[in-house]
Structure formats: structure tokens, C-alpha cells
Design a binder for this molecule. Structure first.
Ligand code: AMP
Ligand code: MG
Length: 341
């Protein structure tokens, strides 16, 4: 199929209607959100959600997040909305937070990946919200990448992975946050953080009191261990290169990279450090600025492929606040390969 490209610079663009018409008639369209680009389709039509899994090559037990544009769209999707969920939505919606609750019967099994819960989010990106409103239905929208590749933060990334496999891409420019939403489950007590993102553990505890952080946020799942968030068990965010995350000061890092480099090695470092590096470099934001690291990490991982790096020495991010989301993506991209010097 030919993938249409709609270049949209505001929520007022008439092209939004065209994208919504495709969604209304059962098509799948990549849309910009503040986190990453999502591959959207009618969440209540299982034949559409099957197309999403197929286009991405996504394992069928990895559930999809349902995107809404009005609070009133939430209640029909879930068994009930507890006070804690309302409090989270009041504080963080629209925004990069996904809330998991027991699902209602209108959610197709494909969307919940066979679980009895459903993940819902209201994006803050105005183009995304307008598309949902115009489509008139909640939209299932996993990240618009080929499964396993780094998530897409620009329309160019989507086209690289999915051109010819989806009906259209709405190009709304680069994503602001740059990592996928924070995912919290309220289907368990205490609430459990399944994936870190732009809404930090500290922000969540302010509203919820105690929360637990799922083991899979930091660690590789053990063989046979059940994943609370099925997505966490899959290989993720991976460039072709073998990445090693190095915890050390800058001088030790440089010496190690110099000593262990091959001809095709590269360095993944912070902006401003390039001039000191002995190898080709790709940067991912500024040191001590987790927001800028989040915004650039996925593009940086794609760039490492573009320059044909086979082995990559990566600077270690801080893992507090939004940094936890950056660390979580990078340690997965590295296949949990880290050393401390
Ligand atoms: P993506 O949309 O590609 O960013 O991935 C969505 C993430 O949310 C995956 O890691 C899923 O495993 C997770 N997720 C979605 N729905 C649920 C659910 N009902 N229970 C647990 N995790 C979920
Ligand atoms: Mg994804």
C-alpha cells in the first residue's frame, strides 16, 4: 500500500480531518504525540487492532495503550474508575501518564493482550487529541516503530520503519518528551509503576502515597519470570550495535574507549563531550539534563545504526526523576550490558 504523508503544523489543519476519515473507515495511521509517534487505529474494532500488530510485527501478547481525548471516554473502557485514578487524571491528564485498570467487555482481547486490564492515556499533544476527537472513537496506539527498533520521535523514523505497511503518517514535527509514557497499574495494591516516563515516581507518590516500582524497570526478567507489563520482557529499543554502558568519570571512560575500540566503534556521549572523544560520536542530550536526554535518546540510537557502529561505548545517565526513563531505555538497548570502572 502507498503510505500517505500529511504534514500538519497545528490542530487547525484541514488534513486532520483526512487522517480521521481513514481511521473511521478502519485504517491505521501514525500520529504525533508528546511522547513518541503512535500507530493509531480504532481500539474497539479487533480487525483494526490486528492490523496494528501485523504492521509492527508486535507479539500478540503485548497489549496496546488506548488513547482518549475526553474524560468521558474513559468510563466505558473500564469496570470502574476509583478515586485514586481520578486524582491521577486530574493532576496529569492530558499528559504522558498511562493508567491501567480492570477492563470492560468492549475492549477486544487483542487490545489487552489477553489480560483482564486495559491501559488508557489522554495525550497532551493537541494534534493527537484533535485526531482522536475527529475519529470519534478511542484509538489504540502503540509506538509507531517496527517491534524491537528504537521508538520513533519524528515522522522520518516512522517512515523508515513502516512506509508501505500503514495507511498514513501525520507529520507534526519532533516529539517533546521523547520517551514513551509512564505506565502505572491501579489494578494492584499498592499501585505499581510498570514503565518509567515523563511523569516521575516522585510526582506519582505525591498523589498516591506509596507506590511499588516493578522489578522489570531496573532488571532483566529471569528466565520464566512473569512480566507485569508484557512489553518489558521483549528485546527493545535496540540498534544493531552492541552497546556497553560505562559507569565512570570522563577521563576513565575516554581511556577505556581508546583501549577497547575496533575500527567501527563509536561513542554515545553527552553534548559538549565530543571534542574529547577518541572515536566517532553520537550525542544524547546534555549531562545532568534528563529532559534533554529523553528527547534525544531514540534518535541517537537510530543514528548509531546510520553510521554503521558495531560496538558502542555509552556514557551512563543519572537514574533519578525523568532520568529513570532514560536509564530504563538505554540499559535495554544495551541488553543490560554495563560495567563500572
Ligand atoms: P507501547 O504502546 O509500544 O509504548 O507499549 C505499551 C506498553 O504498555 C507495553 O510495555 C505494554 O506491555 C504495556 N501495557 C499496555 N497495556 C497493559 C496492561 N493492560 N497491563 C500491563 N501492561 C500493559
Ligand atoms: Mg513500543
Amino acid at each position: 500500500m502507498e503510505t500517505k504523508i500529511f504534514k500538519v503544523d497545528s490542530a487547525e489543519s484541514p488534513l486532520i480531518r483526512e487522517a480521521a476519515d481513514i481511521l473511521k473507515s478502519g485504517g491505521i495511521v501514525a500520529i504525533p504525540t508528546e511522547t513518541v509517534y503512535g500507530l493509531a487505529g480504532n481500539a474497539l474494532d479487533s480487525s483494526v487492532t490486528q492490523k496494528i500488530y501485523k504492521a509492527k510485527g508486535r507479539p500478540s501478547d503485548n497489549p496496546l495503550i488506548v488513547h482518549i481525548s475526553e474524560f468521558s471516554q474513559w468510563a466505558p473502557l473500564v469496570k470502574s474508575i476509583p478515586e485514586t485514578a481520578k486524582a491521577l487524571a486530574d493532576k496529569f491528564w492530558p499528559g504522558p501518564l498511562t493508567v491501567i485498570l480492570p477492563k470492560s467487555d468492549i475492549i477486544p482481547d487483542e487490545v489487552s493482550g489477553g489480560l483482564d486490564t486495559v491501559a488508557v492515556r489522554m495525550p497532551s499533544d493537541e494534534i493527537a487529541r484533535k485526531i482522536i476527537t475527529e475519529a470519534g472513537v478511542p484509538l489504540a496506539a502503540p509506538s509507531a516503530n517496527t517491534s524491537g527498533r528504537p521508538s520513533p520521535t519524528s515522522a522520518r523514523h516512522v517512515i523508515e520503519d513502516l512506509s508501505g505497511r500503514i495507511d498514513a503518517v501525520v507529520d507534526g514535527g519532533d516529539c517533546d518528551v521523547g520517551v514513551e509514557s509512564t505506565v502505572i497499574s491501579l489494578a494492584v495494591s499498592p499501585p505499581r509503576l510498570l514503565r518509567p516516563g515523563g511523569i516521575t515516581p516522585g510526582m506519582l507518590t505525591e498523589v498516591l502515597g506509596e507506590i511499588e516500582i516493578d522489578d522489570a524497570v531496573y532488571n532483566r526478567l529471569a528466565e520464566g519470570q512473569q512480566a507485569a507489563s508484557p512489553g518489558m520482557k521483549y528485546k527493545h529499543y535496540s540498534p544493531k550495535a552492541q552497546i556497553v554502558l560505562i559507569k565512570s568519570d570522563l577521563d576513565t571512560f575516554i581511556a577505556y574507549a581508546k583501549e577497547n575500540a575496533t575500527e567501527s566503534s563509536a561513542v554515545l556521549c553527552f553534548e559538549g563531550e565530543e571534542k574529547d572523544m577518541p572515536l566517532r560520536t553520537v550525542t544524547y542530550g546534555k549531562k545532568d539534563d534528563a529532559l534533554s536526554q529523553a528527547k534525544h535518546i531514540f534518535d541517537a540510537l537510530r543514528k548509531l545504526d546510520e553510521i554503521g557502529a558495531d560496538k558502542v561505548f555509552a556514557r551512563y545517565p543519572k537514574s533519578d526523576g525523568v532520568g529513570l526513563a532514560v536509564f530504563n531505555r538505554l540499559i535495554r538497548a544495551a541488553g543490560f550490558n554495563e560495567i563500572e570502572l
